[in-house]
Design a protein around this ligand. Structure first.
Ligand code: IDP
Ligand code: MG
Length: 151
């Protein structure tokens, strides 16, 4: 597959608590991305500190840490051509009030404190973040019959 990438997606605790796992998974599936890893788990403080290491000194970090570890979230790895950008575009801008209609954050959210989803912002971030939540053996290699009509 040309330019195939893998990227980490989180359905954050607000999404799980609001019963939005199904609708949000559908957004990525209907886009054509292939799920290669999938878990429901509460993110630990250690995982959060590693994942958001670039933000640990920021004023919002304590609130982010409290939020992201507050309950179960879904961790996904999705694969496809240009998957990193496709996921970021599907998610929308960080602030839901500035996200374009049709994106997840705009369609389901209002404030940055509850912005529902995460997507890795580049190739290096994707490989770092995938490794925080998944072992190599937990990522599944398979071919979908429908790929012949998508990629
Ligand atoms: P991103 O998730 O779109 O990549 P980042 O700027 O990398 O956005 O921030 C990571 C996450 O930290 C955001 O998705 C959001 O959950 C949280 N966050 C960022 N800035 C703020 C803020 O000012 N207040 C509260 N939470 C924030
Ligand atoms: Mg980011």
């Amino acid at each position: 597959m040309a330019n195939a990438e893998r990227t980490l997606v989180l359905l954050k605790p607000d999404a799980v608590n609001r019963g939005l796992i199904g609708p949000l998974l559908t957004r990525y599936e209907q886009r054509g991305l292939k799920l290669v890893g999938l878990k429901l788990a509460t993110i630990t403080e250690a995982q959060a500190r590693e994942h958001y290491s670039e933000h640990v000194e920021k004023g919002f970090f304590p609130a982010l840490l409290n939020f992201i570890t507050s309950g179960p979230s879904v961790q996904l790895v999705v694969e496809g051509p240009d998957a990193i950008r496709i996921v970021r575009d599907t998610n929308g801008a960080t602030k839901p009030n500035e996200s374009a209609p049709g994106t997840i954050r705009a369609d389901y959210g209002i404030t940055i404190d509850f912005n529902l989803v995460h997507g890795s912002d580049g190739v290096d971030a994707a490989s770092k973040e995938i490794a925080i939540y998944f072992s190599a053996a937990e990522l599944i290699e398979y071919t979908r019959a429908v790929d012949a009509w998508i990629v």
